[in-house]
Write a protein that binds this ligand. Structure first.
Ligand code: I3P
Length: 397
């Protein structure tokens, strides 16, 4: 059923996770060059996939995110049609009810007398609204994320994350984090969200899923929209897949498992936006998306490269980075006609490492070692941006 072989396309995934910054400096190779040079090696994903086999076959259907109350991201798929509802109706969780009450509405933001439409490219819809102060937005409170922001405000990474301005309680009692609006200083910005890391699933989420396995119909529906052949016969029969199964499948059809990041969404200056990157997997496909994203803005790529290098150097000395497993977090790329910048965003699934445990964010993940492959993603992003830039310079000369 699930792949446990040692040589198929899925199992080549974590090769990138073996890129180690230290190794690169020992051999005088640029880390991103080392990332590119490493040939895919089988088996990296094997353990991850095997661990899924430990999830008992569920008899119960779950709602979107009902197994993950701290979940920060939302599915952008439509609700499953009622005709295909599970045989036993499921009582919606409190979180689910809450989420369906708060619908996502793009809102207008005003900053420095400019008025612009603020949009969310990725993540759980309905989580944001305009902030009470100019230049701020409100993000629905996730206590885990708040702890991260509090720590980040005391860390060397502070210039690379949105400024955290504290708690905000709305009139209806809903709690929010008040954050710097990263789009505030741009005019008609182009925005790209890349989710970083070789996996998008927390170890304790996997453990939870093993204890209480649930079938997700919405995830089954999203799966067959992309590849009707992806579910097993049993999954087709039940019209459901477990969340770990879906998450790993998503990682392997995109560039997450191989390159340590994936494009979640891109919005162009004219407001056109696309989330159509679920199967953008090969390095060249990603490079093409970067070319399109930056077309007409020649200053953007050099600025992105500079900023990514600064981010990488800062990560290496950051206390926060040394002590956290960073899952489901993104790098947000923003440019307009005169500027370009990158920030680390979204920490709802970023967790403090168990005490005494250290990770290098680049070694292969095996169950319980907590490696997240964050630096694999940063190195590959840098490497691809550099490649695109060099090609563009060669074409011009
Ligand atoms: C979603 C994506 C999110 C995940 C969400 C998935 O799939 O993998 O990361 O949220 O789970 O539906 P897709 O991008 O294909 O729409 P978490 O990272 O918070 O687990 P959810 O539906 O349980 O929120």
């Amino acid at each position: 059923m699930y792949c446990c072989c040692s040589g198929c396309a899925r199992c080549t995934a974590p090769a990138a996770a073996r890129v180690i910054v230290r190794a690169a400096s020992d051999t005088a190779l640029e880390p991103e060059a080392a990332a590119a040079a490493l040939a895919p090696e089988p088996c990296g994903y094997e353990l991850y996939q095997k661990s899924l086999l430990g999830v008992p076959w569920p008899s119960d259907y779950g709602d979107a995110s009902s197994d993950d109350l701290s979940s920060e991201w939302d599915s952008d798929a439509a609700e499953p049609p009622s005709a295909s509802a599970p045989a036993t109706p499921v009582k919606p969780s409190g979180w689910r009810k809450l989420r369906s009450i708060v619908q996502w509405t793009p809102f207008f933001q005003t900053y420095k007398k400019k008025r612009y439409l603020w949009i969310q490219l990725a993540g759980h819809q309905g989580n944001f609204k305009a902030g009470p102060e100019q230049g701020t937005i409100l993000k629905k409170l996730c206590p885990k994320e708040e702890l991260c922001f509090q720590a980040l405000m005391r860390d060397v990474l502070r210039p690379y994350v949105p400024e955290y301005k504290g708690h905000f309680t709305a009139d209806d009692g809903e709690q929010y984090l008040q954050l710097q609006d990263l789009l505030g200083d741009f005019t008609s910005p182009c925005v790209m969200d890349c989710k970083i890391g070789v996996r998008t699933y927390l170890e304790d989420e996997l453990a939870k899923a093993k204890e209480k396995p649930k079938l997700r119909r919405d995830m089954y529906d999203k799966m067959i929209q992309i590849d009707p052949l992806a579910p097993t016969d049993e999954e087709h029969r039940l019209k459901g897949v477990t969340k770990p199964r879906y998450m790993v499948w998503r990682e392997t059809i995109s560039s997450t498992a191989t390159l340590g990041f994936r494009i979640e969404g891109i919005r162009q200056a004219d407001g056109r936006s696309s989330k159509d990157f679920k199967t953008t997997k090969a390095r060249e496909q990603v490079a093409e998306a970067f070319r399109e994203f930056t077309a007409g803005y020649p200053h953007a790529i050099p600025k992105y490269i500079q900023r990514l290098k600064a981010i990488r150097a800062t990560l290496e000395v950051s206390e926060f980075f040394a002590t956290h497993e960073v899952i489901g977090s993104s790098l947000l790329f923003v440019h307009d006609a005169s500027n370009a910048n990158v920030w680390l965003i979204d920490f709802a699934k970023t967790t403090r490492l168990p005490s005494g445990l250290a990770i290098d964010h680049a070694s292969r993940w095996v169950v319980s070692n907590h490696e997240d492959g964050y630096l694999v993603g940063v190195n590959n992003l840098l490497s691809i941006f550099k490649q695109v830039h060099q090609q563009q310079q060669q074409q011009q000369s």
